[in-house]
Ligand binder design. Sequence first.
Ligand code: NAI
Length: 684
Amino acid sequence: MRIVTGDERTFQWESAGGLVVVRMDAPGEKVNTWTGAALADLARLIAELEKRGKDVEGVLFLSGKPDSFHVGANLRTVLETGLRGHSVDGPGLGGLVATVHSLFSRLAALGVPTLAAVNGPCLGGGLELALAMTARIASDNPRTVFGLPECSLGLIPGGGGTQRLPRLIGCPAVDLILRGRVVPAGTALALGLIDGLVAEKDLAAKARDFLLEIISGKGVLQRAEPDFSNLDSRLAEAHRQVVEAARGRELPAPGLALKAMREGLRRTLAEGLEIERECFLEAAATPEAEGSINTFFLKSYQDKALADVPPGFSPKPVKKAAVLGFGTMGRGIAIDILRRMSIPVVVKDIPEALQAGTEFVRNTLDGILKREGRADVDSLVDLIKPVSEWTHDFNDVDLVIEAVFEDPDVKAEVYRELCVVVPRECLIASNTSGIPISRLAENVSGPERFAGLHFFSPVWQMELLEVIRGEKTGAHTISSLLHFCGAIRKRPLLCNDHPGFVVNAMLSPYLLKTFELLESGVTIEGIDEAMVLFGFPLGPVKLMDEVGIDVVHAALTKSLGRRPPVILENLVRAGRFGRKKSGRGFYLKDGRVDPEVLPLIPVPGQPGDYSRHGIQDMLYHPFVQVGRELLAKGVVDDHRSIDMGAIWGIGFPPDKGGPLKWADLTGLSQKLYGQSFYPAAPGE
Ligand code: NAI
């Protein structure tokens, strides 16, 4: 007998005998999420099952989406409900969480076996649905993963996860929840999170057999009683590790998830759920939750640029590329083209650089490919054609990326020679750190085919790629380069020409202010520690050691035409190009500041008196000021471009949502400019 329901429903079900098979398939969506409509639909299903009572012997849940089970709460719904100012028994978010708890508890209390048959990601509220069932069985599809990633979004699991997962698998749940870890099906089986693992093609049939066995009593589920005797020490240890992983920062979400487990797990499930609800609302009301969710949405905003191809336009196919300059950046660019596109790449440099570069590419690629389970390093390295002259190899290239020294005269000469040997329609891009693209274009015949492609180091690890439109760059060139970005799996930040583009325009005042602080007597450790506690992965001084002090010098002087600070000048003169580059910079290998660097820092008679907050404000505010300036000048047309440039180009803390979002969340934008950068509508 078919019981169902309109096609527009997420939960469609049919029953054969006493077995009800539910298929989750949110209409018009790629994945299943919890929206108001989906929850209302689940409520209808549960009411129907309750009504049918003993006629139902078991319920099997499958997904109608290819390769995806359920990815949890719809964050847009969460934002629309509003994150702040909700009480546990009020409407809004409190009501939403209460509804989820009540529905999942009613599902758990049906009194008949229920089974989730999982193929693809089963995350957050999707896993919490599955946890409310009697058992779970999964496919061996590599995309099948389980996890409660809420803490990494500034939230905590709010659909029973903090209570049901530890009650099912014991203390290992603590680590999964606090770190927001996602595990493959094999690990989930070993943890006892699922009860069976089967071939993807057999999932539906095997799940049905499994459920029938439970119904008939033949299949007995192995469930060990969770051992919470060591709970407090496990919680304390997991918390210590999370704080250590966050480089000493105490973020609100893991602390609240911990509280929900510490206080809830020794009480009844119903009491535990109530505690979870309170902790969830407290986490949701923090600026870190809103910041983290903003960062989540920035990713899809950025990916939209890749799809933004004008109608009727076909991007220029890149079947052969060339990279000029085989130094730090040229090598990285070649690595990404090879591993993502497997096309011939001509590289031009002096012979010594070619040899060292090819060796570097081979070793680095080898490591990357091994991690990806690929073994084609030789065939990829064979695609490199190293040359020291303008050979006929350039006659049929589709795209050239220039990464020679950051010197406008050197680059100018390279372009003049290049344009003689490449086809007229060949796209040309510069990886300059900040020399205006329109200025470089003066040396390119056919400047409409010329643009900036600003990669970040190390190229194969950094997803961001600035795509810079010069005054004469053609629309088709930009679209083709965006298409190329997609092919090498970079996230593009499209901007108009401007000294330093977006990322270095923000980075340079950040570093210049750092030198100001050093010159006023603040210690290297004091500055770096303050910014790490603000949320950067490393402080600005250590950052310079990593990227190269000479690179910073060149970027400030040659790209941006600024006078270098005395300290920077002193270090470069002393040959201290950075710990990574020349073995000598600000820091020693063991992490201590190198005492030899101190005499190069002129100390004032009376050192400036800065608190940690003072340092953080002084170094953070320029991000906001420059961001506003770039928007006003039309370098980018959307506030989100500033935030994504800061997060993925400089390491601005993702839990703050970007400098402009953080300025909105802390009231700084209102205070400085009388308005917010982000509109009130969620996710914009
Ligand atoms: P690098 O000094 O490591 O490499 C430059 C290479 O260019 C050297 O191997 C040199 O022999 C070669 N070269 C110089 N003149 C040449 C010519 N006429 N023809 C062919 N090869 C030539 O420099 P790096 O760091 O790779 O920088 C390259 C470009 O990328 C610069 O414009 C720089 O501003 C930019 N950039 C650098 C970043 C970094 O983190 N290092 C980040 C983003 C951009």
